[in-house]
Ligand binder design. Structure first.
Ligand code: ADP
Length: 472
């Protein structure tokens, strides 16, 4: 929704036509939303039916062990292979078909009782994670219990996406899903657990607890591993959409793995319309904050830029209190967008209500001043990752080939990486203060947004008058 007040950019005929077009687009969006809800209802019904069928099947299995013996020993992989047409998966407007699974071909999930809980690690936005030991093999793993938003709707889409993506992915820098296990009370759908490789640290906790910051050579190794994982995802048409330091795990052999795929989804070329309500606020790209419905891999690259800054200072780079404050902080650090630096940005839904200073700060100057110890190549890379215009950000492959990683000090080999005491391995941690990924279906409201205030002294003529900005 927009303010009734006239936008400063909507005062000529062209803009009136643009307004009319936007109105039409809004109507289209409304229709698409209604269609999406219909599909979501269908999908929820399918998931519930599938879960009920699984419960029923399990009961039958318990009655008949003979039937079990005749089943194939390998679980069938449901996620699409590399040759599958991902665009089909990404199209949210295609009516969902009810999936029908032939009975008798499934391998029974193992029970969570096969694992002995060692200690809690963390309770996150959608799950609950603990360290556990496989009582058969003795292997230590991480058990992640799926949180149910509303158990009557079946498995939430965040859980389905996480399972689907992790079943498909196989990369050294992406956490491995070993299996999915169920609780003893199979009548309770919330008793679903992901069994993941256990890693001793997450980067957020480690950065908070370290006495000394990582060395440049170590930061390079971490960034290269993170971006190799992201490059694999993007090559396979997957957006992570929630990259942040608490979702990056590190083991005591210096290996980094990306975790938490609850926000991940397949995309296509051209990208489909997707929700802007993704990525934890402090790591959210400006195009998402401005309401872009079509976005791509550059949103993950922005988050990598934020993580780069965080690795250098051991503090999240852009700690906005809300969407408006986040945008203000971004503009303070990265400069003000113009039609030259970011053609078309004014047409983004939330941009038309913005009042911005006319003499913009040059992009890059503030970043270079904030990180004086970075080499020229290092600051050039960071500035490029924090480009407001998503088209100007390097892609994952370009990032990996950047001169910063070729100059001294060279990236440290993982074998030489320092080790740290593991909180996850020892004790229950305190609750995180990082804001969580946006909760599906809860759209925040942005109000009374005056960006000129943060640039005091730069924009005298723009003072006075109010307007409101809301995310739609
Ligand atoms: P949520 O989706 O609920 O936010 P995450 O997957 O982000 O859950 O996990 C929350 C926290 O649990 C992480 O920040 C990390 O500290 C810990 N964690 C998650 N997966 C593992 C793992 N495989 N090994 C060790 N710790 C993990």
């Amino acid at each position: 929704m927009y303010s009734k007040l006239k936008s400063r950019w909507a005062d000529n005929e062209g803009d009136v036509a643009l307004d009319a077009q936007r109105k039409r687009e809004k109507e289209d969006r409304k229709r698409a939303k209604a269609e999406k809800h219909r599909q979501a209802d269908e999908a929820a019904a399918a998931a519930a039916a599938q879960a009920a069928a699984a419960v029923e099947e399990r009961k039958q299995q318990e009655q008949s062990h003979q039937e079990l013996a005749s089943r194939p020993s390998k679980r069938r992989k449901l996620s699409p292979g590399p040759a599958a047409n991902r665009q089909d998966i990404a199209k949210e407007t295609v009516p969902a078909k009810l999936l029908r699974f032939p009975g008798g071909q499934w391998k029974k999930c193992r029970s969570v009782e096969d694992y002995e809980k060692l200690n809690d690690i963390e309770e996150g936005a959608y799950g609950w994670v603990s360290r556990a030991k496989d009582t058969t093999t003795g292997k230590v793993v991480a058990l992640k219990r799926l949180k149910m938003d509303n158990a009557t709707d079946g498995v939430p889409v965040t859980g389905l996406r996480e399972i689907q993506t992790l079943m498909y992915c196989s990369h050294p820098n992406i956490v491995a899903l070993q299996e999915v296990v169920v609780g003893e009370d199979v009548s309770k759908i919330e008793n679903i657990f992901l069994v993941l490789d256990f890693l001793e640290h997450d980067l957020k906790t480690l950065l908070e607890d370290m006495n000394e910051p990582f060395l440049t050579s170590e930061i390079k190794t971490l960034l290269l591993q993170l971006t190799s994982g992201v490059s694999y995802l993007h090559t396979n048409w997957i957006l992570h959409r929630d990259l942040k330091s608490s979702n990056l795990l590190l083991n005591n052999r210096g290996v980094l793995k990306i975790a938490d795929f609850g926000m991940a989804r397949y995309f296509g070329d051209p990208p489909p319309k997707m929700t802007q309500l993704v990525v934890t606020l402090w790591y959210r790209a400006p195009e998402l904050l401005l309401g872009a419905e079509k976005y791509g891999t550059a949103v993950d690259m922005w988050s990598i830029g934020c993580i780069f800054g965080e690795l250098l200072t051991r503090e999240p780079l852009l700690q906005g209190k809300n969407e408006v404050d986040e945008l203000s902080k971004i503009f303070e650090l990265c400069g003000i967008p113009t039609e030259v630096s970011w053609p078309g940005f004014k047409r983004l839904p939330n941009a038309r209500s913005l009042r911005l200073p006319k003499n913009p700060i040059s992009q890059g100057a503030v970043i270079r001043a904030k990180f004086p110890l970075l080499t020229t190549a290092g600051s050039a890379l960071l500035v490029s990752m924090l480009e407001l215009n998503p088209a100007k950000r390097p892609n994952a492959q370009e990032f990996l080939e950047h001169a910063f990683f070729k100059e001294d000090p060279k990236p440290k080999s993982t074998a030489m990486f320092p080790t740290f005491p593991s909180k996850a391995g020892q004790e229950k941690r305190r609750k995180r203060v990082t804001p969580n990924a946006p909760v599906r279906g809860k759209v925040p409201e942005l109000k009374a947004t005056d960006f000129s205030g943060i640039f005091s002294g730069r924009e005298d003529e723009e003072k006075g008058g109010g307007f409101s900005l809301k995310l739609i």
